[in-house]
Design a protein around this ligand. Structure first.
Ligand code: FAD
Length: 400
């Protein structure tokens, strides 16, 4: 059999991996199988500029078609891998065909968690993961319409910001006591709550959704604190890794496809990268699953290097961003488990950071309005020493 790497999923990680394989000198066939109709594209603009109508579909693409043609990367789009036959080293596709592989990369990403309340299947209830999801949302968006966003995380808040700017009446329902609770501390949550309220978004916390009401189409969202009328709903209540293909093939899955620091599963011919993985991170000293472009890009590069016989370990610092209105929130590291939070700068002038420490060491920082500080925090966290946070609280003290 001639050499062939099959990549399952044609998302962000797949696009990076295919390119990296060629950069590392892989000369065999590369076939990317994706169930969506598109070559790899960026998802972050889906809840930002693309939802706002400021970006065309073509601008979402990671690379133009010609780029992949020049590198002999073949795509099988609108095709789903249904089954992996590990003993025959073959994948079976939804169109009835199959492909043998010398190595396989699983880049199957994640999918939105569905609402599991009565009425969740009514028309007008949207999720936000793909281009076609956004096309469905845009068809319901018009000035004066009432949008209820379920979930005050990044995606719900980004969509709320775009919608209120477009003249819709927007209510965000969050079950936790504050928005962004999963990713940030109270100071950052308060800042974004106030900004959304100032821009006209109604934010209701401690609001658990009990049901969606309507005849055929959603008309209201019922919570423990009352009912909110809705012309349509966007649910952003988290995502789950797509790992049933790996699980059915007998590969270990535990909140993601289990891989080692080389992005390899327990099958030496099968690797996995991106949102779908549960991976170790030596820098953080734990296993984790991430939902970010940084992870999809960096881990896919590591997988490609290892698949080309160049042993490479993955242990990058996670970082994220979110655009809401004209603000960019940049997060370095993971703040879970911090014992101290120290403010640097002034939220009132929309230029500040919240530094999160554990045992005197900086483990994470949220930054608004200062990309330079965000980059410096990334270096400080990786350096890992005990810092004098009191000194850094003064924005006049350079972080470098
Ligand atoms: P994906 O990009 O999800 O790609 C996986 C692909 O595999 C999908 O197309 C899926 O359909 C396909 N697939 C799955 N199973 C099969 C199968 N069996 N056969 C064929 N195809 C299959 N991250 C940030 O860092 N910053 C942001 O601001 C940010 N904003 C975001 C906004 C939105 C609206 C969304 C949805 C995500 C955002 N993210 C952001 C997250 C980021 O886009 C993801 O972490 C990244 O796309 C993960 O890449 P991936 O390749 O692992 O998976």
């Amino acid at each position: 059999m001639s050499e062939r790497i099959v990549i399952v999923g044609a998302g962000h990680g797949a696009g990076i991996a295919a390119t990296s394989l060629r950069e590392h000198g892989y000369a065999g066939e590369i076939v990317v199988v994706g169930e969506e109709a598109y070559r790899p594209y960026q998802r972050p603009p889906l809840s930002k500029n693309f939802l706002a109508g400021q970006m065309a579909v073509e601008q979402l693409q990671l690379k133009p078609e010609k780029f992949y043609q020049e590198r002999s990367v073949a795509f099988r789009l609108n095709a789903r891998v249904e089954r992996i036959d590990r003993s025959a080293r073959a994948v079976h596709l939804s169109d009835g065909s199959s492909l043998t592989y010398t190595m396989l990369l699983l880049a199957t990403g994640s999918r939105p968690r569905r609402l599991s309340v009565p009425g969740a299947d009514l028309a007008g209830v949207h999720y936000l993961r793909t281009i076609s999801d956004v096309e469905g949302i845009k068809a319901d968006m018009a000035p004066g319409k009432r949008l209820v966003v379920v979930g005050g995380g990044y995606i719900g808040l980004e969509a709320a910001a775009v919608a209120v700017k477009a003249g819709l009446s927007v209510t965000v329902l969050e079950a936790a006591p504050r928005i962004l609770a999963r990713v940030s501390g109270p100071q950052t949550s308060t800042f974004f709550t106030e900004e959304h309220q100032r821009q006209g978004v109604e934010i209701r916390c401690n609001a658990a959704v009990h049901a969606l009401e309507g005849t055929g189409r959603v008309e209201a969202v019922t919570t423990n604190t009352g009912s909110v009328p809705a012309d349509f709903v966007i649910a952003g209540v988290g995502i789950e890794p797509v790992c049933e293909l790996a699980a059915a093939a007998g590969l270990s899955c535990d909140n993601g496809v289990v891989v080692d620091d080389h992005a390899r599963t327990e099958d030496e011919f099968i690797y996995a990268a991106g949102d779908c993985t549960n991976h170790p991170n030596a820098l953080l000293g734990c296993r984790l699953r991430l939902e970010s472009v940084q992870n999809a890009v960096d881990q896919s590069r590591v997988a490609a290097a290892n698949m080309c016989g160049k042993p490479t370990s993955y242990s990058e610092l996670p970082w994220f961003w979110s655009n809401q209105f004209d603000l960019r929130l940049q997060i370095a590291g993971l703040s879970q488990g911090h014992d101290t939070a120290v403010l640097r700068g002034d939220p009132a002038v929309r230029n500040f950071s919240v530094m999160y420490l554990k045992d005197g060491r900086l483990i994470a920082a949220d930054t608004v309005g200062s990309p330079k500080d965000h980059l410096a925090f990334r270096k400080l966290i990786v350096a890992g020493g005990v810092i004098d946070a009191g000194k850094f609280a003064d924005p006049a003290t350079p972080l470098a």
